[in-house]
Write a protein that binds this ligand. Structure first.
Ligand code: AHR
Length: 503
């Protein structure tokens, strides 16, 4: 049976925001220290930035990077990471039970972001801190000079303002695990007052208010409604955090995760619309999926975290360094498809995280850096999904029964077309671990030729658990043999056979 996918190149869901391909660097585990920053490493520059990691980051292609947390930010004093490095304090970070040396901070991050060619997205602490400290860090970053804090930035070596325009108002404040956790009303009021003051200091700021930590939170929905009732007039985006994992070897449910992701995004969009209608506000509030990924959270909660907390706090311990498999790469591919299918509502998204901590890039202290399996669907999608995301109709896909999501299409798809360059891309996933899938994609509106067809799948001799490690990286894109394109006046038909468990 052939799965038929049909699209009109002129019929788009919406433009693909470049910020859809963001990522995230938190002071957590080895994301910063021995991740992006390792003074003395043979590949590091004079400021300690790891050149080998930077090269992989550029190849991965994130467009915007969120910093400095995550849970870390809710206990963070941004000033600790400024001024001469020798004078910076070492602090205990209760969020991750870690010692933070602060040898990497605001200036180093901005410098790294420039070298990585990414837009910085900065989160303020609304856990232990509030309006004043958010105003202070904004003044420090964005005012040209002539005020105490902007002059302190200049004295610390940055004559020109950092010009950071994208700001998160705290992190996961709905979570009881969050330092300074608040009720929706408490957080909504604080976020609104912080937003108001930040806009007075720099009217260019674009603000992300914190939505729920996940769709299963008992407060999901009520949290968004209350927080938006306080902040809708003042913010531009509301966050969604979404992590997916495999439970007890149930690969089918895990591979169906994007069904849950689509539903979570749709529900959030409906809540936004409801609040805007209720308030009579004629504006758009985007969904910032500012943390998403595959993450074995059960392992973290039940094994890693208790072990970490039983030890005295240490500098940059190994924390959630999940090693990703072929299955994880395919799941990440489906989650990217979800993002592309929802570009009418999702204004940006950040793969959490970037290096070492549940990351597409891994690095060893003093050693090499390498691409995890999940690197590939992300980098190829970020490079090729340009222009607009197309409306697709998918017919004839066999269904896979899953315990968690009911029947799920075996073939998952998204497609983009860039009328300016005349380039299109089709992103296909075969979720079946046993069956291949014949797919025919009809793109109406232009005669196109096939420039390239690649796949990420189980390598020869491997299985669905095959992973990339420091020593060998067998999971990488290979040619999708047999893919063809037939063009006519009406359009182009692509045909391909997708092997089991493939992106
Ligand atoms: O990305 C890891 C952690 O997951 C973040 O610190 C937190 O925001 C989320 O719960």
């Amino acid at each position: 049976m052939v799965v038929s996918i049909d699209a009109d190149l002129a019929d788009a869901i919406g433009p693909v925001p470049r910020r859809l391909f963001g990522s995230f660097v938190e002071h957590m585990g080895r994301a910063v220290h021995t991740g992006i920053h390792e003074p003395g490493h043979p590949a590091s520059d004079e400021t300690g930035l790891r050149g080998d990691v930077l090269e992989l980051v550029r190849e991965l292609g994130p467009t915007v990077v969120r910093y400095p947390g995550g849970n870390f930010v809710s206990g963070y004093r941004w000033e600790d990471g400024t001024g001469p490095v020798e004078g910076r304090p070492t602090r205990f970070d209760p969020a991750w039970h870690t010692l933070e040396s602060n040898t990497f901070g605001l200036h180093e991050f901005v410098d790294w972001a420039r070298k990585a060619d990414v837009e910085p997205m900065y989160a303020v602490n609304l856990g232990t801190r509030g309006i004043q400290e958010a105003a202070d860090v904004l003044e420090y970053c964005n005012l040209p000079g002539g005020t105490a804090l902007s002059d302190r930035r200049r004295a610390n070596g940055a004559e020109h303002p950092f010009g950071i325009t994208l700001w998160c108002l705290g992190n996961e404040m709905d979570g009881p695990w969050q330092i300074g956790h608040k009720s929706a009303d408490e957080y909504g009021r604080l976020a609104a007052e912080t937003a108001r003051l930040m806009r007075m200091i720099d009217p260019r700021v674009e603000l992300v208010v914190a939505g729920s930590s996940n769709e299963e939170m008992p407060t999901f929905g009520q949290w968004e409604r209350t927080v938006l009732a306080h902040t809708a007039e003042l913010v531009d985006h509301i966050s969604v955090h979404a992590y997916y994992q495999e439970f007890d070897g149930d690969a089918d449910s895990y591979l169906g995760s994007s069904v849950a992701f689509d539903r979570y995004l749709n529900r959030t969009a409906a809540i936004i619309d409801g609040v805007l209608a209720e308030l009579g506000l004629d504006k758009k509030i985007g969904i910032s999926v500012d943390e998403w990924n595959a993450w074995d959270q059960r392992h973290w909660n039940e094994v890693e975290q208790p072990a970490l907390r039983a030890q005295p706090p240490a500098h940059h311990p190994r924390v959630i360094e999940d090693t990703y498999t072929v299955t994880d790469a395919v799941v990440v591919g489906t989650l990217l498809n979800s993002l592309l299918r929802n570009v009418d509502r999702v204004s940006m998204a950040n793969l959490a995280q970037l290096v070492n901590v549940i990351a597409p890039i891994r690095s060893e202290p003093g050693g090499p850096a390498w691409r995890q399996t999940t690197f590939h669907p992300f980098s190829l999608t970020a490079a090729h999904a340009t222009g607009t995301s197309l409306k697709l109709s998918v017919d004839g896909s066999p269904r896979i029964d899953t315990a968690l999501h009911g029947p799920v299409d075996q073939v998952d798809a998204s497609a983009t077309y860039d009328a300016e360059t005349g380039r299109g891309a089709v992103f296909l996933v075969n979720r079946s671990t046993t069956e291949s899938a014949e797919v025919s994609v009809r793109l109406r509106g232009a005669a196109l030729r096939l420039a390239d067809a690649r796949t990420v799948t189980i390598p020869p001799g491997g299985d669905r658990h095959t992973a990339n490690t420091e020593h060998s990286q067998p999971v990488a894109p290979t040619a999708l043999d047999g893919a063809t394109a037939t063009a006519s006046e009406e359009g182009t038909t692509l045909s391909a056979t997708l092997s089991p468990l493939s992106w």
